[in-house]
Design a protein around this ligand. Structure first.
Ligand code: SF4
Ligand code: SF4
Length: 394
């Protein structure tokens, strides 16, 4: 974290030009200055100078930021807006009353997901399904009975052209282990030894988004210590939020990071993994996850990968880089706005008439699957590793 004087200096650089709100989804949805990037920076500046009190209403505005990064790198005076918002949340977290439950739940559960996942499965079967069917709660997916991290081991390879470790992330570990398996299959087929590592902890993104900086640091230190011991030419992740937090935020939080973390799209392109693949004819469209496009700057690579597969016709949807509305805790506390954004995304996909939407983020998949249920749209939703795995093995 920046020290207090640096943080205040950073906020004081704002000249109120408004460039940062050009693509700010919460501003574009509400047309409310206090719900946009510029307003948040201004309010944090006033709070820092003690011209504003840390009220519930102020906390609401700072916690309604999606941390999507659409404002990052836009500021002409160089303010790292998401970073000052993270810092503002550590100051305001006790004033964000609605976040109390999630904050406590995350603190208690994040290191115990192996134990809690089977309990969640019982809740899902006994309570969630009936409540959802009665229209009383928003749909939540179930966790898998076979989490990906239960298969922790080193998968040897006779060819051994290299060694790659997987940073699966919680959503792949517990909700979508088949994505981890698809990635292992791809890497093994290409001749890599694959390390599925037991020492992985949550990357810390959910905790940091709730203003829990110290707790995030503990997880970050664990991951850095464990993963930097793994001898691998790359540590690849299927979740751009994990990759972005590890690459860009661990150095801010701990002064160090996992050295060779990489998004799967970057690894596939760099290692030339996907040439000469073929699929049955399919029309696909690609949705940009915010933390991949704004966070890691990866936009063209997934499109190039898809276009290189014979049989795939790639069509662009309108506003492919607009947020799907997931944004972690945002979809819990600001569910109406999250749903509005999700519905717009589903409409934009439907308008392309593509049979499949491809993305590179398990969180976006979760959001699109949830919203698609209410819109009864027919297209398939896939992570890019599923498409490549299918093209390699079907
Ligand atoms: S991170 Fe996203 S939601 Fe938050 S201020 Fe920036 S553009 Fe707006
Ligand atoms: S772009 Fe930078 S200077 Fe302009 S309003 Fe936003 S934070 Fe302030």
């Amino acid at each position: 974290m920046m020290d207090e004087s640096l943080y205040l200096k950073e906020l004081s650089k704002c000249v109120r030009c408004g460039t940062c709100k050009t693509f700010c989804p919460t501003y574009l949805n509400t047309h409310n200055e206090a719900m946009g990037a510029r307003g948040r920076v201004a309010m944090l500046g006033e709070l820092g100078q003690k011209h504003l009190d840390p009220t519930k209403s102020l906390a609401e505005k700072i916690f309604s930021c999606m941390l999507c990064g659409a404002c990052k790198n836009l500021c002409p005076t160089g303010i790292d807006i998401p970073e000052v918002i993270y810092q503002g949340r550590t100051v305001l977290r006790d004033s964000f009353k609605r976040g109390r439950f999630l904050r406590r739940a995350l603190k208690m559960s994040i290191s115990r997901l192996d134990t809690l996942s089977p309990l969640y499965r019982i809740y899902h079967t006994l309570l969630h399904k009936p409540l959802y069917n009665a229209g009383l709660v928003r749909y939540l997916p179930n966790t898998s009975s076979k989490p990906f991290n239960k298969q922790a081991q080193v998968y040897k390879n006779m060819k051994k052209i290299g060694r790659v470790a997987i940073f699966a992330g919680c959503s792949v570990n517990y909700f979508y282990p088949h994505l981890g398996n698809a990635l292992s299959n791809i890497l093994l087929t290409k001749g890599y030894e694959v390390v599925v590592f037991k020492g992985e902890s949550c990357c810390g993104a959910p905790l940091r988004s709730m203003g829990l900086e110290k707790e995030t640091e503990v997880l970050a230190q664990k991951n850095i210590e464990h993963f930097n011991k793994v001898h691998a030419e790359a540590i690849v992740s299927l979740c751009p939020t994990c990759t972005m937090v590890i690459r860009d935020q661990y150095p801010v939080i701990t002064g160090s990071t996992i050295n060779n973390i990489m998004d799967i799209n970057e690894f596939i392109a760099k290692s030339n993994i996907a040439p000469e693949l073929e699929l049955k004819p399919s029309v696909m469209t690609y949705h940009d996850p915010c933390h991949l496009s704004y966070g890691l700057g990866v936009r063209d690579t997934p499109r190039k990968i898809l276009k290189s597969i014979k049989g795939v016709e790639l069509v662009e949807m309108k506003h492919a880089d607009e947020c799907c509305g997931f944004a972690g805790s945002f979809n819990v506390h600001y569910s109406d706005m999250s749903e509005t954004m999700g519905k717009q995304k589903i409409q934009n996909i439907t308008d392309t008439s593509a049979d499949t939407v491809v993305t590179s983020c398990p969180g976006c998949i979760m959001q699109m699957e949830t919203i698609r249920r209410s819109k009864s749209a027919k297209f398939k939703i896939k992570h890019i590793v599923e498409v490549i795995d299918e093209a390699m093995h079907d």
